[in-house]
Structure formats: C-alpha cells, structure tokens
Design a protein around this ligand. Structure first.
Ligand SMILES: O=C(O)c1ccccc1NCC(=O)[C@H](O)[C@H](O)COP(=O)(O)O
Length: 399
C-alpha cells in the first residue's frame, strides 16, 4: 500500500517532487513528477530515485531531507547558471550594468561556467548599478506584498490612459518647438535636493499651466525622494497632461504597478535592459495602453534600440548615468548620419534629455533633430515652475 510522505517532510522538497512511502517502509521519489528542467538537474546530480533501507521514521526523515537538500542545491545551481547566462547575453550586447551583485557559484556547483570576480566583487561599479541592485531587492519585496496576479486584476479596472506620444506631436505642431516633458523631481543623486518646498501636485499644475505637453514623475524613493503616491496624487488632482512614470524598471511588475498608479508612459533604460527585455516590456506596455520611452546614451545603445520592433519613442540622455557628466552634444552625435535618416524614415519621436537650461540649449537639440525635450532641474528650481518654462523656451508656450 502507498501513502504520501507526511507534510512536514514534503515541505522540504521542491514543488514537483512527489515522494511516496512504499509498503516496506522505503520511499520513492517519482521522477515523472519533476518539471522538465528539474528532471535535467536531477539527472546531472544523480538524484533520480531514493530508497530507504530502514523503516524507522527518523531515517526516513533524514533521507528525504537529504534528497530535498540535494534538489535544493541543484535548483540553486541552475538558478545561478541562468543568471550567468543572462549576464553573458547582456555583456554581449554591450550592457555594463550588472543586474545583481555577483555572488559566485553555489558551494556544491559542478558545471561548465567559470566565475570571474570582477572589480571588488559585490561593490557596484557606479551609481546606476547601485540603483539597479537596490531596485532588484525592492521590487522582489513589493512583489511579495502584492503578487503580479493580484496587480493584473487591479489593472483591469484602471481608467483609460492618455496618449503620451500624441500629446508630444501635437505640442510640437502647435508651437514649432520641441514638446516639453516637464519633470516633477525633488532630488537627484548628482544634484542633491533641488527644491525644499516640494509639492508635487502644485508643481504639476504649474507646469501644465505653463504649456508642458506631458509630465515626468520620479517614483524612486531612495535616490530621488519620489514616490508612486506622487504619481497617483497628480493624476487624481485632475492634471490632464499625460504622465511618464520615471522609474528604474527591471521587472514587468513595475509596469503594471505604474499603470495602476495612473501612468500613461514608462521609462525603459537601454543601459540596463537587454534587447529581449526591451522587446518584451514594450509589448507589455502597449498591451496596457502605455507608451514606452526607451532611453539611450551612446551609439551602441541607439543601434540596439533602432533594431527593436515596436519602439516609437527614444530618449537621448545627455547625462551619463554612470559618471554624471552632462554633454548636450551627445544628442547631436547620436542623431547624425544614417541613424538620423533611419529615425526620420521610421517617423520616431526623439526626446532630448537632461542639462537643458536656456533657449539656446533648446534650439541646439532641436536643430539636432529632437521633437521633444525632457527637462527637470532648470524648471523645478524656479519659484514659479510654470513661468520657468517660458524662460527655458524664450517665450510663452502655453498659448
Ligand atoms: O540626475 C541624476 O543624478 C541621475 C542619476 C542616476 C540616474 C538618473 C539620473 N537622472 C535622471 C535624468 O536623466 C534626469 O532626471 C532627466 O533627464 C532630467 O534632467 P535635468 O533636466 O538635468 O534635471
């Protein structure tokens, strides 16, 4: 007669492993119950079947625990291999930002991968990498509290989104100047606190009055003192400009969450995401009615993004998110020659981002080929941010 191993024993075994205790007191781990990938692990780690010689409960418990541990080890090894593969793919695409600190293989690992300790191992190489490592942990904690399946259901009843790209096109046609994405940003790693009396809703209303086509709302708390609550509050206050959720997206969960909190667009940073991630996240965004602003900083990132189907909106950041250096000629450099031709041919909207302070700066990036600009510091610091917009463009763009 067969009976299933008791729950407390089974709890130590990964899902999919069915351990049965046979009539003679021996156990049998049913290999056919393993999902395919786990079966492979089991094969390489030679733990396909167990037999317990003794009928005593403690021996049984020990053996089953040992098997559970081996399977856990195998799973851990597989996870590590997967992560190494992802890092390899990303590095092959020129992505320098690592998603997580390198941990080294599990102790029991025997496999084809060689592990190189780069730099000091678990120290981020720059601020962007630090943000991403932190974000990875933050998102997994958010996900535990509110699983994706729950979030997906909540999004079904969210109000419709507004047309972010359409608003930029219209503003450009109306004013003959680049459409403005005005940034609601309290602080940044490079500049510290930009505004002490920070009221996100008031700033957003002032930007709208001043002629902004769209708004960008920082939602990162730790490095920018922003929040998803700010995004939600601006949306609920009746601001009509479409809203960009300015986040460091590393997981689709954040896109659903942005949608739930009132965003009309999300930012995807090519320095962090592989081509596959971008393609997938652009699809998810579209499915949710969101525009995706894909941000690039160098030629290689621009070429990668130009090759991805479905991309409609590209941001060129004049600020290096690794060194903080700002150079407006970056926009010009990335729009020269064949790249510019291809962008015009595809009718893509390019956004010039960061370091724009004067009408001359706006004229310079417009001349380079942008049809929109994303501006934070120079306008958020003004006593009246809306009036700051007129100063930035050299004229009132609200009429
Ligand atoms: O601004 C930073 O210090 C920063 C650091 C690390 C990652 C991103 C960072 N900024 C995001 C941006 O690029 C800007 O907020 C945005 O383009 C507006 O720039 P600005 O007009 O210069 O405030």
């Amino acid at each position: 007669m067969e009976r299933l191993a008791s729950l407390n024993v089974a709890a130590r075994i990964p899902i999919g492993v069915r351990t049965t205790v046979l009539g003679d007191g021996s156990t049998h781990s049913n290999k056919s119950c393993f999902p395919r990938s786990i079966a492979t692990i089991n094969h390489s780690h030679r733990i396909t079947c167990i037999r317990v010689q003794q009928s005593g409960t403690s021996d049984l418990s020990k053996t089953v625990t040992a098997v559970g541990k081996s399977a856990e080890n195998a799973l851990e090894a597989k996870e590590w291999e997967l992560r190494m593969l992802q890092e390899e793919v990303a590095a092959g695409q020129g992505i320098r930002i690592r998603r997580r600190p390198p941990t080294g293989p599990p102790l029991h690992y025997e496999g084809p991968f060689q592990f190189h300790l780069q730099n000091e191992g678990s120290t981020p190489r720059n601020i962007l990498e630090e943000i991403i490592w932190y974000k990875d942990i933050e998102v997994s904690q958010f996900k535990e509290r509110r699983p994706l399946s729950v979030l997906k259901r909540a999004v079904e009843s969210a109000p419709p989104t507004r047309d972010f790209i359409g608003a930029l096109r219209k503003a450009h046609e109306r004013t003959g100047l680049p459409g403005l994405i005005a940034e609601v940003k309290m602080a940044s790693p490079s500049r510290g606190v930009l505004r002490e009396d920070f009221d996100p809703v008031e700033i957003a209303k002032s930007y709208e009055k001043g002629g902004a086509a769209c708004l960008s709302v920082l939602t990162d708390q730790k490095y920018f003192q922003g929040s998803f609550e700010n995004l939600e509050a601006i949306r609920k206050a009746g601001v009509k400009c479409p809203l960009l959720c300015k986040e460091f997206v590393v997981d689709e969960w954040q896109i659903y969450y942005a949608r739930k909190k009132g965003a009309d667009a999300v930012l995807l940073i090519a320095a962090v995401l592989s081509n596959h991630d971008i393609r997938y996240m652009v699809k998810i965004s579209k499915m949710l009615g969101l525009a995706a602003l894909i941000e690039v900083h160098d030629e290689r990132e621009m070429d990668r993004v130009l090759g991805i189907e479905g991309v409609e909106l590209i941001g060129i950041n004049n600020r290096s998110l690794e060194s903080f250096e700002v150079d407006n000629s970056n926009t010009k450099k990335l729009l020269e020659g064949e790249r510019g031709d291809l962008i015009r041919q595809k009718d893509l909207i390019v956004v010039g981002e960061s370091g724009l302070f004067t009408p001359d700066d706006i004229a310079y990036v417009q001349e380079a080929g942008v049809r929109a600009v994303l501006v934070g510091e120079s306008i958020v610091k003004q006593t009246d941010p809306g009036k700051g917009i007129a100063g930035l463009f050299g004229r009132d763009i609200s009429v």
